[in-house]
Design a binder for this molecule. Structure first.
Ligand SMILES: [Zn+2]
Length: 106
């Protein structure tokens, strides 16, 4: 899920694991901070709601009930959201400056 959380006095959108309710943040050390998007495909509605989960224990706990699933790396999934909302890199003209600023404030 995507939530806005207050971290050290700053509000920021974060990807939260739907299984353990902890942020998925690959900047933290360890494989357990890598993420996946998983979804059950419903052919009758041609849609599916994604789960955002940590790789490993959390994605194995996701209850899929042997349903037909789709999955992708979290970074690819987030890029698809960005693209499917009509954005491209040219819509963020100061991407490098924005990235540097976000890394500075953590
Ligand atoms: Zn998790």
């Amino acid at each position: 899920m995507i939530e806005v959380r207050c971290i050290e006095g700053r509000w920021a959108p974060m990807v939260i694991c739907d299984i353990c309710n902890s942020p998925i943040d690959r900047r933290k050390p360890g494989w357990q901070h890598e993420g996946l998007a998983l979804w059950v495909m419903d052919d009758s509605t041609e849609s599916g709601s994604p789960l955002h989960v940590h790789k490993g224990l959390c994605d194995r706990k996701a209850d899929t009930r042997d349903a037909l699933m789709g999955s992708e790396e979290l970074g690819v999934h987030l890029f698809h959201l960005f693209y499917n909302a009509g954005y491209s890199v040219k819509d963020v003209p100061h991407l490098k400056e924005l990235s540097d600023m976000l890394q500075e404030i953590g």
